[in-house]
Structure formats: C-alpha cells, structure tokens
Write a protein that binds this ligand. Structure first.
Ligand code: NG1
Length: 464
C-alpha cells in the first residue's frame, strides 16, 4: 500500500487524455491543449479562511486534467472520463444562469463567469472540454475547486489570455475564490490559493485580504498520510447548509465583537471579519483579542432573545443580516466555543509553520491532534467515523492526526515517521478498513501517503 504515482509526470496519462478527447470530439481541427490542477490536503487551519485568518495546506498528487480546444461559437461542451458526470453543454454569455444545485457544470460556469467579469471585453468564446480527474470527490480534498481552477486555465487559453502575464496567480486565486460562491458555498480562498500557488514537497502558509503565500518545506523523514473515513462529505443539500453555518456564525460573531470593540476602543471601528482584529487599525495581540472576545461571550450559549437585546435588532433582522436559514438550536448558539476554535486554530497555524521550519515533527503532530479536538468539540464539524479514524491513527504510531477540509466526513490527515509508514498503513487497514469489508488490494485508494505536486498549470508545465 503506497502512494499513487505522481500523475503530474505521467506522460501516458496525458497522451491517453488527448486520445480520448479526439474520440469524444472527432470534428475538432484545432490543436489540443491540456491543463491540470491538483487537489489539496489541509494540514492545519480549518474554517479559518473565510474569517481572513491563515491556513497551512499542501497540494497532493491527485489532480484534474482537462484537454481542451477553442470553438468558433459560444458553446461550452463538457465531457468527462468518469461516467458519473454526464455530457453537458451551455452557452457562454454575460450572465450565465446556474444549472440545478449539484450539477457538475456549475463549477465550470463559476470559473467562466468570474473571468468574463474580470475581462469584460472577452468574446465569450466557446470551448470543448474533456475532463479526467482522480481527486476523490466529496472527501474534503477540494476536487471542486481544482475543477474550477482547471476550467479557468482552459478558458484563459482559448480567450488568448496568458496566466502570469495577463493575470497573476494571486489575482486568479482571489477571483476564483469569490467566483466559486456562484455554486452556493460561502467558502474562503484556501483551496484556489493552494491549487494555484502550491509547489512540490512544500506546504503553503496562506494569508488572506490581501492574499499572500509563503512556501514552507515539509519534513524529510516524516510523511502526511491521508485516510478516508468512507463517509461522504458532499457539499450539496443539507451538507451545504451545514458548511455555510460556519461562515454565517462567524459573521454574527464578528458583529458582536465589533460592538464590543467600539465600546472598548473607538466607536468608528468596523470589522468585516474576525481576522480584522489582528489587522489595522486595531492590530491586537492574541491576548488582547482573547480578552475582547471573552468580554462579549460568556460560556453560556446565546439565545435569539439575548442576541436581539445585545445587538438592538429584531430576531428577523438578525436572521436576514447574518443567519439566513441557519437553524437556531433550542439551547442557543454556542458562540464562545465557535470563537475559541477560531482563536486557538489561528495560533496553531502560526506555531505549525514555525515547527515545520524548525523540523519539529513531534510538536507539529501535537498541534494536529489539538486541531482535531477543537474541530470536533468547539466547531462541531467532525463525526464519529473521523474521531475513530484519527484515534486509530494515533494508536498506530502517528505523531498527530486530524480531520481535514470542511468536515462531516471525508479524509483525515496523519503525520507518520517515514520509517514506520508500512506498519502504520497495515495497522490502520486492519483496524478501520478491514472491519468495514474493504479488500486489502483496494485500500491504497483510500489510504495513501501525500506527495505534494506542483501548482496548477498547462502540461507540459512551463512552471516546473
Ligand atoms: P472543502 O474541504 O474542499 O470542502 C471547504 C472550503 C474551504 C475551507 C474549508 C474548511 C470551499 C470551496 N472550500 O473546503 O474554503 O473553508 O472547507 O477549512 O468552499
């Protein structure tokens, strides 16, 4: 059971893709080009990006490749090597109406719409796309954002716009982070940033507003092992609501803390997101931010009545402004726990970056396990299977283990000494996957060592 080969360097996969494209679009005469975008695994910093706080992800070896050609009309035709995604097409116009929730072409529409807004003189070019991806879907590994980024690269090329010249990677990542809201998720910008700016064998510390990235080399003698809980973490329907509850709750928290900051410092202070506490004009230290948060939030959950009194707004106004369809638990919203996750996770990302640089794997591992506990009990985005799998990983020799991505299922990530890798994989298989009926020769699909690949680009990549 090892990692899958790095498809980034797998020429036969690209040749194969071009062949499949030619079969799928036999009428095409334009030269066929290929772009790719990797998935990602987040090492530390969960549910921080939409608060404008830093995260620490890495790319993975799994990716989405798209073979594409321009068309002479305004139609975008999509075909997929995976039969779960049926053939589809739409017309490229100024305002592209979304298909029904969950339709795969919506991610492509999101990318095209965002680029049309950025380049309003673009000719709404059509294109043929043949998509071949191996990033596990609904698993917290960002297959959706990788698809958005790959579609954007194809569209830039057919529109005769050059990445790194007409638009920088930083600008494209920022644009697509906002652009992906088109599909209904209110995510932050972690995924698009690491997919476009990640590099081989590195994690990236990513800061937001404005987007900045710092590459941090990974441990040489330890690996990050990804393991699927086998619970689907699909972001459509009720799971979409559960994900969006995070950003909605944090917007409400921001309003409460802004109220307190106005009383404590200056009644002109405006906070757009929690991360503004550490930025100008406030520039609070961790201790000051914690004290301010404590001054507003008691350990007791907030009822709608209390929120209403505190903010001097009607429950209806609070719903309209911040909460939307978010369900109010009968005991109230545990806002102090949500805020504690954000504050402590931010601190863990900063220390995690330092421990990576200091090559202190044991300390990094501890942060990962602490992050899992915080995601589970304070942010409440774990599930019993993620808790069980991370516990098995720790017992099997991981220095730390945590859920990764949005949560509610999907993958875990564990830090394992290279020398103990085989033993670790065997034990996790025996204790988690065998009891669930998975044959040993299939385990490598769900349990593998991450091999961070280069960021998104055209193949052969001009960036490698
Ligand atoms: P995944 O794991 O891909 O669902 C989501 C968000 C991220 C981030 C994480 C939680 C999108 C596209 N991605 O990632 O921005 O908020 O959850 O840390 O919404």
């Amino acid at each position: 059971m090892g990692s899958v080969p790095n498809p980034n360097h797998c020429v036969s996969r690209i040749d194969n893709l071009i062949e499949k494209f030619a079969e799928a679009f036999p009428e095409v005469s334009h030269p066929i080009r290929v772009c790719r975008a990797p998935g990602r695994i987040n090492l530390l910093g969960e549910h921080l990006d939409y608060n404008g706080l830093p995260v620490l992800p890495t790319t993975i070896q799994h990716d989405i490749c798209i073979a594409f050609t321009p068309r002479d009309d305004h139609v975008i035709r999509l075909k997929n090597a995976d039969p779960r995604f049926s053939e589809t097409a739409f017309t490229n116009t100024e305002d592209i109406p979304p298909s029904e929730t969950g339709a795969w072409e919506n991610y492509c529409k999101a990318a095209i719409q965002a680029l049309n807004r950025r380049f309003p003189s673009s000719a709404y070019r059509g294109m043929n796309l043949y998509v071949d991806g191996n990033i596990p879907t609904a698993a917290g590994l960002s297959s959706s954002s990788a698809f958005v980024v790959a579609c954007a690269l194809a569209y830039l090329a057919v529109s005769e716009l050059e990445l790194d010249k007409d638009i920088s990677r930083i600008e494209l990542a920022t644009l697509l982070a906002e652009g992906e809201h088109y599909v209904g998720t209110r995510g932050g910008g972690m995924d698009q940033a690491i997919i476009l700016l990640g590099a081989q064998n590195c994690a990236c510390k990513i800061d937001f507003f404005p987007l900045r990235t710092e590459r941090v080399p990974l441990f040489e003698d330890h690996v990050f092992v990804a393991a699927h809980s086998l619970v689907k973490a699909d972001k459509t329907g009720s799971a979409l609501q559960r994900y969006n509850a995070g950003p909605a709750t944090c917007r409400l928290l921001t309003a409460l803390i802004e109220h307190a900051a106005r009383q404590a410092f200056d009644d002109e202070i405006e906070l757009e997101r929690l991360g503004d506490l550490w930025q100008g004009p406030l520039f609070l230290t961790h201790e000051e931010a914690e004290a301010l948060v404590r001054s507003v939030l008691s350990e007791k959950p907030f009822s709608m009545d209390e929120l209403s009194r505190f903010l001097n707004l009607s429950p209806q106004a609070i719903r309209e402004k911040w909460l939307g369809a978010l369900e109010m638990p009968p005991e109230g919203l545990p806002l102090h726990r949500r805020a504690r996750h954000v504050l402590t996770e931010f601190h863990r990302v900063e220390r995690g970056r330092d421990f990576l640089l200091a090559k202190d794997a044991a300390a990094f591992g501890e942060l990962m396990s602490a992050s899992h506990r915080s995601c589970a009990s304070d942010y409440e985005v774990s599930c019993p299977e993620l808790d069980e799998l991370t516990e098995i990983a720790r017992q099997a020799g991981a220095l730390g283990s945590r859920m990764t991505g949005a949560g509610f299922g999907g993958y875990t990530v564990s830090l394992v000494p290279q020398a103990a890798l085989l033993q670790f994989l065997q034990r996790v298989y025996e204790e988690y996957y065998r009891p669930r009926g998975m044959p040993p020769d299939e385990a490598h699909n769900v349990l593998w060592a991450a091999a961070p690949s280069s960021g998104a680009g055209y193949t052969p990549s001009p960036f490698s």
